[in-house]
Design a protein. Structure first.
Length: 364
């Protein structure tokens, strides 16, 4: 019996990799004999994530093609090497399907797989498709998107299935008002210096709220000591500061409100958990894609968006006072996120992938 191998390529950030891992787990659940090979860049963060999951992970010598100066030049210099290694991987493993999950490392693999007539599927997690997926859209057989507005970029190939997240996020119960408002703050797995700085600047305005406010703040490793000391010096006692929170579903379950960035995976987890948020898009994100993501949640009535330039030290205090006095607004925001929720995204995506394999096998 011929082995069924699926290559899942992409990365650059955890936001691309985590959906790939969730998808792979669901594929294994549906078809245990499938062999999964993950392909990504040589960045340390990717290697760490995949090592923690004990997954087969191959790396490409690849960098992004956007940017300026030496960084852009290095990307073009490495591209031929990445293409050669991608070709070698495809010829060696003879995949039944190649899936690109976004990020620059998915480009060479999906492009060559398409040229070799292998079935190809791309996953676009952001509202505005990234540079790589925009290029691959003309080559891939199908594209799965997370937001209805993204379908227009894929000219009939797009399917709205949502962004796969762990099932635990869907099981988070609806939050009820308590004696204190619980605020969860995080800036992605690496933390956000901007958010950390703004919170420190905001503390003098939050003093009168400290007895009616519980804070969980994920800082990242770099700013942990500095942020923890700032809370202590300001006299905040109902605060938990950590470089990294895990498992995140438990912290989302405790939160009445979330203050965070607007990366694709973060938005997908907020939608699945139905947790209202104040979203602060990363201003330097490629093509400003985080603001596009944030606006989708805002238009659904499930979040409010504040740009970095508008996040004053007094802003957070004003918004927290409003929500403390209008908790029903938070409940409505959580309910509104249901409009964007795609149930069983991972299962539906895995089913699509397996169907594509069956169709390809019948055509042989």
């Amino acid at each position: 019996m011929r082995k069924t191998t699926v290559l899942i390529s992409g990365g650059g950030t955890g936001g691309h990799l985590y959906p790939a891992v969730v998808l792979g787990q669901k594929l294994k659940e549906f078809k245990p004999e499938v062999e999964l090979i993950y392909i990504g860049s040589q960045r340390a963060v990717e290697k760490k994530i995949m090592a923690e999951q004990s997954l087969t992970y191959l790396t490409l010598p690849v960098e992004g093609l956007k940017g300026r100066g030496w960084k852009k030049l290095r990307g073009f210099v490495l591209l031929p090497l990445a293409m050669v290694k991608s070709l070698a991987i495809i010829l060696k493993y003879k995949p039944a399907l190649v899936i690109g999950v976004g990020g620059f490392s998915s480009g060479p693999v999906v492009l060559l797989a398409s040229c070799l007539k292998k079935p190809t599927l791309i996953l676009e997690q952001n509202a505005l498709p990234g540079f790589t997926n925009r290029l691959l859209s003309r080559f891939a057989d199908q594209a799965v998107v997370s937001f209805p507005s993204s379908l227009q970029y894929f000219k009939g190939k797009g399917v709205l299935l949502g962004n796969p997240v762990r099932p635990e996020f869907y099981k988070i119960p609806r939050k009820q008002a308590e004696e204190a408002l619980t605020l969860l703050i995080f800036g992605g797995s690496q933390g956000s210096k901007f958010l950390n700085d703004r919170i420190i600047d905001s503390l003098p305005y939050l003093i009168d709220l400290k007895n009616s406010l519980i804070i969980y703040h994920q800082t990242g490793e770099r700013d942990f000591d500095r942020v923890k000391e700032a809370y202590e010096q300001a006299g905040f006692e109902r605060v938990t500061v950590s470089p990294y929170f895990s498992p995140m579903p438990e912290y989302l379950a405790a939160a009445d409100l979330v203050l965070c960035r607007a990366g694709a995976t973060t938005c997908a987890e907020l939608i699945a958990a139905a947790r209202p948020a104040i979203l602060v898009p990363f201003a330097a994100a490629a093509d400003n894609h985080q603001e596009w993501n944030a606006r989708e949640l805002e238009q659904a009535g499930g979040a409010e968006v504040v740009l970095e330039k508008d996040f004053s030290p007094k802003f957070l205090s004003d918004r927290l006072k409003f929500y403390m006095n209008n908790y029903d607004v938070l409940i409505q925001m959580g309910d509104n996120l249901q409009k964007l929720r795609q149930e069983d995204s991972a299962a539906r995506l895995a089913s699509l992938a397996l169907d594509m394999i069956k169709v390809a096998e019948r055509r042989r």
